[in-house]
Write a new protein. Structure first.
Length: 373
């Protein structure tokens, strides 16, 4: 029995590898000093390649398929062994199986902030991290440059090495992207594609193919993030003049119901109209040099209004129009302006009657109008 085990142990009939893991890149076929039988079968499955090595020299490389190990199927190994006329005895050689599928979710990150020049913010320090995917492109190069004599090479064995390399190359590439800092977070997919194209050629020297780069997060300085928030708030407000008028109209009822509120409302309204005046003036064209300044525009009428038994204002007619639309001023609201002897209802002022809907006269020959309709 011992003799039979010894004979059976000396010859290997089938050379194959069934990968039970999810992270093995290269596996050396264990033969424990056993010899491979002439005419043995080599099985290379889809997603694998096999590499024969003789005394440290890379010999034949096999793609997926089933091979009979004879001299015609091992041209390089036959040359290295000096089998000029074939052979019929067992032989020794190391066999490495390489997994050629994609290995995903490998992590990368910039080793420290990247200084990028931005037209709006100047020099900005940015950080980034994400994941990438690789696959073995040239097994012979990968074994020679990375694996060496390691009999079981996993992603853990190379991830730290590649993380540093890819992080440094991304750090070198980001300043050349030409993407505004404010747009980086909204263009992570585009950013990942650009970075992949820039750094993929560097992986060829390792026998690897960089298949994907994902940017999962961009780290910006606090002051830049605050500027992004302010920019979004300004876009949400829209037209500042309309927004100020709306805020003024909303504040009137609240101010009338609070002691001292009207005075605060008046101050707020005055500041609001002053701001609108400054913005309007800033947006108007200036007189050309050499021409006299135009005369001042005629001042529009300003009206005080009675709210809750107290006065508020003065307001321009345009502001009163907004109050009318909001239902805060009606034709029965008491108003007064400079030059008027007494307070009168807004509906009696010729300058304000256009703000209220007018009742049409009776139709000639028709029935008299019904009150309330």
């Amino acid at each position: 029995m011992a003799l039979f085990d010894k004979i059976r142990g000396e010859f290997i009939d089938i050379v194959e590898w069934l990968d039970p893991t999810q992270d093995t890149l290269v596996h050396r076929f264990e033969r424990y000093d056993n010899e491979i039988k002439y005419g043995a079968k080599l099985v290379v499955r889809e997603g694998q390649m096999a590499v024969f090595i003789d005394q440290g020299q890379i010999a034949d490389v096999y793609k997926p398929g089933m091979y009979t190990l004879e001299t015609q199927n091992m041209p390089i190994l036959t040359t290295l062994k000096g089998w000029k006329y074939g052979f019929h005895s067992p032989f020794k050689a190391e066999v490495y199986f390489c997994s050629t599928r994609q290995f995903t979710s490998l992590k990368w990150g910039t080793p420290g902030p990247v200084t990028m020049r931005d037209k709006e913010f100047g020099a900005v320090r940015v950080t980034a991290f994400g994941i990438y995917s690789i696959k073995i492109k040239d097994p012979a190069v990968f074994i020679r440059e990375i694996v060496g004599t390691d009999g079981n090479f996993t992603t853990d064995s190379i991830e730290d090495n590649l993380r540093g390399k890819i992080g440094m190359r991304i750090k070198e590439s980001m300043p050349e992207l030409g993407i505004p800092v404010l747009d980086l977070e909204s263009k992570v997919v585009t950013l990942g594609g650009i970075l992949k194209d820039k750094i993929a050629p560097g992986f060829d020297g390792f026998g690897l193919e960089l298949t994907e780069v994902q940017v999962q997060d961009i780290g910006l300085p606090e002051e830049v993030e605050a500027a992004i928030d302010k920019s979004g708030a300004m876009r949400a407000i829209g037209d500042m003049r309309t927004f100020t008028q709306y805020q003024t109209g909303v504040s009137i009822p609240d101010a009338a119901n609070n002691p001292g509120g009207l005075a605060a409302a008046g101050a707020g309204v005055g500041m609001g109209f002053a701001m609108m005046g400054q913005m309007t003036q800033a947006g108007m064209p200036q007189a050309a040099p050499g021409f006299g300044a135009p005369p001042p525009l005629p001042q529009a009428s300003q009206f005080f209004i009675a709210v809750g038994g107290q006065q508020a204002g003065p307001y321009a007619v345009s502001a009163l129009a907004d109050f009318v639309k909001a239902g805060q001023v009606t034709s029965d609201t008491l108003v007064w302006k400079q030059g008027m002897p007494n307070w009168i209802t807004a509906g009696q002022v010729s300058e304000l009657t256009s703000l209220f809907g007018q009742t049409p006269p009776p139709i000639p020959g028709g029935p008299p109008p019904v009150p309330g309709k």
